[in-house]
Design a protein around this ligand. Sequence first.
Ligand SMILES: [Fe+2]
Ligand SMILES: [Fe+2]
Length: 266
Amino acid sequence: MPTRETVRIAAVSDVHYGKQSQGVMQALFSQIAERADVLVMPGDLTDYGLAEEARVLARDLTACLKIPIVAVLGNHDYESDESEEIVRVLTDAGVHVLDGDSVEIQGVGFAGVKGFAGGFGRGTLGPWGERAIKAFVQESVNEALKLESALARLKTAHRIALLHYAPVQGTVEGEPVEIFPYLGSSRLEEPINRYRVSAVFHGHAHRGAPEGKTATGVPVYNVAMPLLSRLHPDRPPFLILELPLNGEAPSPRPGTQLGDPLVRTA
Ligand SMILES: [Fe+2]
Ligand SMILES: [Fe+2]
């Protein structure tokens, strides 16, 4: 059983809400409300980036969830040039929408940024040649800098990073290798390691892998809902991370049963 020394963070990404989605996730949101203290939603909140879609999502969130919600936008949320209105709609609904900034909830610090593409490791695209290439790379660098400044502001014992794009290759494995460079960037990994983040949540790679690690061992969770649904059709498609707040090692959990969400301890 969770104790007062534990914060339970539920995570689900890529819900891709559309105009017709009213009510489709209410059952899931209600389960999250029962089992978690905070919900994080790392991007692709809407399908076509329409403010109207965000309004549908905001209605479902406020109808079912009284716990704090932290989100970042994903690439889909930019598709229709309505991202500012999407942020306004969700913020009005009480969601903390992060874009290079941070928020502290129940003693846990959350830093959020969308992130960007660019590739991993030795395959990382460099700023060389055409202006278009340099601009592309600069976008990736800027997102990493935004993440760094967001993390730098947090003084909490636990820091959680929220990204839409992947910071490591491990959690995009399973996608076609040709599109790995479009699914994330190693540039995002450096601040995560330097600020000793407790865990990273991201989405975007619908066919990637659910868990990976940075070079220094920071756990990285790909919580894209389509991925969790496919991997665990017998469980609700969200992850719960239990964070001990007293600095002790996480206590062992009883095995999860059918119908339980996935649970990880940090
Ligand atoms: Fe997505
Ligand atoms: Fe995406």
